[in-house]
Design a protein around this ligand. Structure first.
Ligand code: AR6
Length: 169
């Protein structure tokens, strides 16, 4: 289990093969972690994203990392938790992790960092976020050398740690 690390901080500062972005369906840089990633990666990322024809919720697309330390950015779109029209939100969130991991494997990514997908503007509850992220990370430890689950807020970090200690027993 030491291949999984819960850390507190800014995902754009981490030295990994790929970071995952909590993007929107249009892959147009928005707010939150997406905004910081687009800002730091530079204009070339905006251009690369325009060519991808968006990304359906739960799926994932890949670009270079451009000015970031990471070689790749994997863009995935979490479900809007507040949207009552979406019925299978938990499955869609799980698919974000499954499809991001699978795209990472196809590109021989060995170290990867995830933010708490959906847990900001899209309002995924922190318990659902932690359980999904940690379960899917545990399911993928064979291929990867390191999986970082990066929490920006102290309260999220504390919750993730608690959940990790329970699930990784
Ligand atoms: N490093 C790591 N995590 C961060 C950082 C950072 N630098 N900044 C924020 N977070 P959010 P979502 C955390 O809102 O909920 C955008 O506008 C944050 O504390 O970035 O999936 C997109 O374009 C939270 O835990 O993404 C979409 O429209 C987590 O990242 C929409 O927001 C995710 O919060 C996606 O919403």
């Amino acid at each position: 289990m030491n291949k999984i690390e819960i850390i507190k901080g800014d995902i754009t500062e981490i030295d990994v093969d790929a970071i995952v972005n909590a993007a929107n369906n249009w892959l147009i840089g928005g707010g939150g972690v997406d905004g910081i990633i687009h800002h730091k990666a530079g204009k070339e990322l905006d251009e690369a994203c325009k060519k991808l024809n968006g990304c359906p919720t739960g799926e994932a697309k890949i670009t270079p990392g451009f000015n970031l330390k990471a070689k790749y950015i994997i863009h995935t779109v979490a479900p809007k938790w507040y949207d009552s029209k979406i019925e299978n939100k938990e499955e869609l969130l799980k698919n974000c992790y499954i499809n991001s991991f699978s795209l990472a494997k196809e590109n021989n990514v060995k170290t990867i960092a995830f933010p708490c997908l959906g847990a900001g503007i899209y309002q995924v509850p922190i318990d659902v976020s932690a359980k999904t992220a940690i379960t899917e990370a545990i399911n993928n430890t064979d291929f990867f050398n390191k999986i970082y689950l990066v929490c920006f807020k102290a309260e999220d970090y504390n919750y993730y740690l608690k959940c990790f200690n329970e699930l990784a027993k």
